[in-house]
Design a binder for this molecule. Structure first.
Ligand SMILES: Cc1cc2nc3c(=O)[nH]c(=O)nc-3n(C[C@H](O)[C@H](O)[C@H](O)COP(=O)(O)OP(=O)(O)OC[C@H]3O[C@@H](n4cnc5c(N)ncnc54)[C@H](O)[C@@H]3O)c2cc1C
Length: 445
């Protein structure tokens, strides 16, 4: 291999949440770090994921009481991205002691990464290359060139009739926001309920609320064929009928992005293609670590950062200790939101645990009444014998924040009684967690 050789202590590939965290942490400690990025700083979250989708959701909320054009909505999305990105094209990486290389990184050998004409050599290399949108194997779907999260935030016009494939977080969030901005949305979910990782009560109520808003939800949808016609419209065939839309947005799973050359070095991958890591974060390729979505664990920015924090520590200290288990909460930013911490009732029972649950409707508490956001409920799951909290699930306004509080309680082994006896300010959404725990204690379910 010809080209300029540069020696580093660590090379990080990818500047999403995982790569950025590891590179800056080690750079600030005075390590000699190179980071390679081929598209944009900030990864999927800032450019095509969390940030634009949350900005779109906020502006779509306003569209419920005032007209918001698609042009205005996109301008807001871009303004928010600019704010988060800042105006340093290098993202301030140099101030954190990180050398940035633009281009696609490929592996020539373990510890030998090629970017254009440059060869980067390091004893530790981190693969933090994330994922790309996946397309389900439906005949005609790829040829129909559907929208994905990589294209939807740049659409010149909002389609009048939009089909959304996938009733997980991305499909639900974008489907509802685009509906509120004026698209007639039909959402196709292959399973028998949307938000299938959630409590069944959450899925069913969320679907009811979507339908009440005018979103058509098709569950157990088996897409047989998709066809983009000459006039640009799209026909979606299912055993239950044919749907006509002007465009399709696919949000039905993610595929890992593996740097070229790495697969040839004996990289172990799981059956979905994600990189298999040891509990400490090392891959099967010597000196090569992997962090973030490419490892196929919890695909969230906050989890990528958690993994990254520990992997940076392992590299700095030259150790391979397991990344500690932690309760990983998440949210679906629909309106109302979904917040998830710990086990569902079904998961707890599958583990052979006896449980007691507590449920409380949002409309019973004054914060929800005073803000007019009365939809939804909380459900907590506790060990029947010890009262230790196992899970908490929210469908309500501020559910994302409630999931954080619930995670704190679950991670640190609090009982439902301890939460129920903790004073919360009145009137706040947080009281929903407290009083749902009180229900679990009293056995009023
Ligand atoms: C629409 C949408 C909404 C989302 N909303 C949320 C949310 O609200 N909350 C949340 O927690 N998570 C959300 N996520 C998930 C979140 O975006 C990811 O979990 C997060 O981006 C993972 O970070 P990462 O560092 O693993 O990878 P990524 O962010 O994917 O970054 C990987 C980087 O590697 C670069 N790269 C890839 N291959 C190479 C190569 N060979 N050479 C050089 N560079 C390379 C890519 O260009 C990219 O910049 C959302 C995702 C989507 C799609």
């Amino acid at each position: 291999m010809t080209g300029t050789e540069r020696r580093y202590e660590v090379v990080v590939i990818g500047n999403g949440s995982a790569g950025d965290n590891i590179a800056r942490t080690l750079g600030r400690q005075g390590r000699k770090v190179a980071l390679v990025e081929m598209a944009h700083l900030g990864g999927e979250c800032l450019n095509d994921g969390c940030v634009p989708s949350k900005a779109l959701i906020e502006v779509a909320r306003e569209a419920r009481w005032r007209p918001v054009s698609w042009t205005e909505a996109l301008a807001r999305v871009q303004a928010v991205q600019l704010l988060v990105r800042g105006n340093d094209p290098g993202g301030g990486l140099d101030r954190d002691g990180v050398d940035l290389y633009w281009g696609e990184a490929r592996f020539a050998a373990p510890g030998r990464v090629v970017v254009g004409e440059t060869v980067l050599l390091a004893p530790d290399v981190v693969v933090a290359t994330g994922t790309a949108p996946g397309l389900p194997p439906v005949p005609g779907l790829a040829e129909a060139k559907p929208l994905t999260n990589r294209t939807v935030f740049r659409l010149p016009q909002l389609p009048r009739r939009l089909g959304v494939v996938g009733g997980g977080p991305i499909g639900l969030e974008l489907g509802q926001a685009l509906h509120r901005l004026g698209a007639e949305v039909t959402l196709f979910e292959a399973l028998d309920r949307v938000a299938a990782t959630e409590e069944p009560e959450v899925s069913l109520e969320l679907q009811r609320l979507f339908e009440a808003e005018g979103i058509r939800v098709v569950t157990s949808a088996r897409l047989e064929r998709v066809e983009r016609r000459a006039d640009g419209t799209v026909a979606v065939s299912t055993p239950d009928g044919r749907f006509e839309v002007d465009d399709l947005l696919v949000a039905a799973g993610r595929v890992p992005v593996i740097p070229p050359g790495l697969a040839d070095l004996g990289l172990e991958r799981d059956r979905r293609g994600f990189v298999v890591i040891e509990p400490c974060g090392r891959t099967s390729v010597p000196g090569t670590w992997a962090a973030g979505d490419v490892t196929g664990k919890f695909q969230f920015t906050h989890y990528a950062a958690y993994q990254a924090h520990h992997i940076a520590k392992h590299i700095a200290e030259g150790v391979c200790e397991p990344i500690p288990d932690a309760v990983v909460p998440w949210a679906i930013f629909t309106d109302p939101e979904v917040g998830h911490a710990g086990m569902t009732e079904g998961q707890a029972r599958e583990r052979g645990l006896e449980v007691r649950t507590g449920m409380l409707a949002a409309r019973e508490l004054d914060w929800f009444r005073t803000t007019g956001q009365v939809e939804g409920f909380a459900k907590v799951v506790a060990d029947a014998e010890t009262g230790v909290l196992l899970g908490a699930h929210f469908l309500c306004a501020r559910a994302s924040t409630l999931a954080g509080e619930a995670c704190l309680a679950i991670q640190h082994g609090l009982t439902a009684r301890q939460v129920a006896s903790t004073i919360h300010p009145y009137p706040t959404a947080g009281e929903l967690f407290r009083w749902a725990c009180a229900r679990a204690v009293s056995g009023r379910g």
